[in-house]
Design a protein around this ligand. Structure first.
Ligand code: FES
Length: 88
């Protein structure tokens, strides 16, 4: 359980959600707030969920196997390390 809440802003959707550690990933948080991020494997393998990280930092509790383009991240396996802004 994280002891810090972060503000997660989804730019295209215009949705801001609070990360309070109760979701497994940023993808789960997005889904809980009706933000549509495509996904398939949900395990960091196929890049289907790959999204732009406009601002802030994320980390991966377990490092994904897929390569991610500079400036992007994999919401299905990522958690925030700061307030972030996502291009979704
Ligand atoms: S859904 Fe496959 S890498 Fe995220």
């Amino acid at each position: 359980m994280a002891d810090t809440n972060f503000q997660i802003h989804f730019r295209k959707s215009g949705v801001t959600a609070i990360w309070d550690g109760s979701h497994e990933s940023i993808l789960e948080l997005a889904e809980a707030h009706g933000v549509d991020i495509p996904f398939s494997c949900r395990c960091g393998l196929d890049n289907v969920c790959e999204s732009g990280l406009i601002r802030g930092e994320v980390s991966y509790p377990s490092e994904p196997l897929a390569d991610v383009e500079e400036g992007n991240f994999l919401p299905c396996v990522a958690v925030p390390e700061s307030d972030i802004e996502v291009d979704a």
